[in-house]
Design a protein. Structure first.
Length: 99
């Protein structure tokens, strides 16, 4: 069966499929879903590489830390805590400077 990328939340075989996830559908199913799915390999759709997935995992792990824990790591990496006062800035700095 052809593979498609969900562009919105769907239910498939009793499971919830989040946007961006790959699912196998018949052409008839895909036609019924219309713009809610897109064929794999269509322009603009690309699954994240393993390196990108690892980066996302590290970002998620860093975001789970408390602000004080994040600040300690940023300080250890040589970051200026005055400039990196909000979480988005700390996350960006961490991802750029992690080892």
């Amino acid at each position: 069966m052809p593979k498609f990328i969900a562009k919105s939340y769907l239910t498939h075989k009793g499971n919830i499929v989040q946007p961006g996830n790959e699912i196998e559908l018949t052409e008839a199913q895909a036609k019924r879903l219309g713009e809610k799915v897109e064929p794999v390999g269509a322009e603009g759709t690309q699954q994240p590489s393993n390196a990108e997935k690892k980066g996302l995992d590290k970002e998620a792990e860093f975001k789970k830390l408390t602000a004080d824990e994040q600040k300690q790591i940023i300080s250890d990496l040589g970051g200026d805590l005055n400039e990196l006062s909000n979480e988005d800035k700390r996350v960006a700095f961490y991802l750029e400077n992690q080892q």
